[in-house]
Design a protein around this ligand. Structure first.
Ligand code: HEM
Length: 356
């Protein structure tokens, strides 16, 4: 019997090379220090992405991306489809968790300066993942096609318009025409269920490949101590710990999904004025509020144009952060870390302000 097992293993190994992968994972070590907790944030995002894919497939069996059918099909998922309400609720909560953990992940990496040489491409692929994840949230929000989601999409897709030269074209491209219509719904559906998931999948593959190739970085504060850092084998010790974290997060997610399912408003009316108290999803609130409170004109220039250009500049700077902040470890200043805290305070303050 034992012999047979070895033979089967050999048969697969000869064709798939599994033993070299297993050998690699067994050799891989994860540093253990005061800040190790942050190493779990990336795999938490993986968990939520997997949940999005599975629940998204299920929802796609019943969802209809048409003007007449969209809102009704979601209502049907909520009331008639067996367990449909909980699947929709998990999809909605897990989207929020995924985005929250993308923010926590990138802030921890920013503060620890883990983007330094040779992890520039890991960081840059991460910035793409941030954009794609936010875009998934934005496009998904329209799909229930109720009053709130229609107005939020009208406001959101109008924002690029204030960028000189290309802005109008971007708005038209996003909407599939001058205004938000059924064509926008078709387009957002395509982005949400095929283009964005494929892009996220491809970029996760690159991201994870680079992480495996380069190993975990040490936060600057640990690295500069020059002491030998304790290490934990990735397989099985670290994976087991990750599983405990996944289980905890899954428990929290299920509890929220069961007790606080998302609502569904009346079908969107393309002619109706925007409802009172219009707000985007929580993760866009700080941008929404910044646009709202910025002066409408600064020295003859449209206020929105300034904000949108500032955001674009910030994203580009952020993308090139590892290139800008590339001094060797001993000469690192604290300026870049300081900006991370400024961003946190600004985003939280703006979000709270928007809720007042
Ligand atoms: C869908 C989104 C993302 C997924 C699934 C993901 C996944 C992961 C995983 C599994 C790790 C290894 C464990 C860890 O350090 O937490 C990791 C590390 C890393 N991620 Fe992400 N990530 C995402 C987004 C981002 C973003 C937005 C950034 C930055 C802008 C980023 C930059 C990095 C860097 C630089 C590392 C290496 C950290 C180190 O070596 O210590 N990632 N990511």
């Amino acid at each position: 019997m034992g012999n047979m097992k070895t033979e089967i293993r050999f048969w697969f190994d000869e064709r798939l090379g599994i033993s070299s992968i297993a050998g690699f994972l067994r050799k891989k070590m994860v540093p253990q220090h005061r800040h190790s907790l942050w190493y779990y944030t990336g795999s938490a995002i993986l968990l939520f992405f997997a949940i999005q894919v599975v629940t998204g497939f299920m929802l796609a069996f019943y969802y209809k991306p048409t003007l007449e059918g969209a809102n009704q099909s979601v209502a049907r998922i909520m009331t008639e489809v067996p367990l449909g309400w909980i699947i929709r609720s998990i999809h909605s909560w897990s989207a929020s968790f995924m985005i929250a953990f993308v923010f926590i992940h990138l802030l921890s990496i920013w503060i620890a300066k883990s983007y330094r040489r040779p992890r520039e491409f890991t960081w840059m692929s991460g910035v793409f993942l941030l954009v794609f994840t936010l875009a998934s949230g934005f496009t998904g929000y329209l799909l229930p096609w109720d009053e709130l989601s229609l107005s939020a999409t009208k406001v959101g897709t109008d924002i690029p318009r204030s960028v000189p030269y290309v802005g109008v074209w971007v708005t038209k491209f996003l909407r599939g025409g001058e205004d938000v219509t059924g064509d926008t719904l078709t387009r957002f559906f395509s982005f949400h269920v095929s283009i964005l998931p494929l892009l996220i999948f491809a970029f996760i593959a690159v991201h994870v490949y680079l992480i495996q190739k380069l190993g975990m970085s040490l936060p600057l504060s640990v690295e500069s101590k020059k002491e030998k850092v304790k290490e934990l084998p990735f397989w099985p010790n670290f994976i087991y710990r990750e599983m405990v974290v996944w289980l905890l997060l899954f428990g929290i997610l299920m509890t929220l999904a069961i007790f606080l399912p998302p609502s569904l408003e009346k079908t969107a009316d393309l002619m109706a004025p925007a409802p009172e108290g219009l707000r985007p999803e929580w993760y866009f609130l700080f941008l929404f509020q910044t646009l709202k409170v910025f002066p409408p004109k600064v020295l003859f220039i449209n206020g929105d144009t300034i904000v949108v250009l500032l955001i674009l500049a910030a994203v580009i700077l952020f993308f090139f952060l590892p290139v800008i902040d590339n001094k060797p470890a001993e000469k690192k200043g604290k300026v870049i870390t300081f900006f991370a805290y400024v961003f946190i305070v600004f985003a939280v303050a703006m979000t709270v302000w928007s809720l007042l």
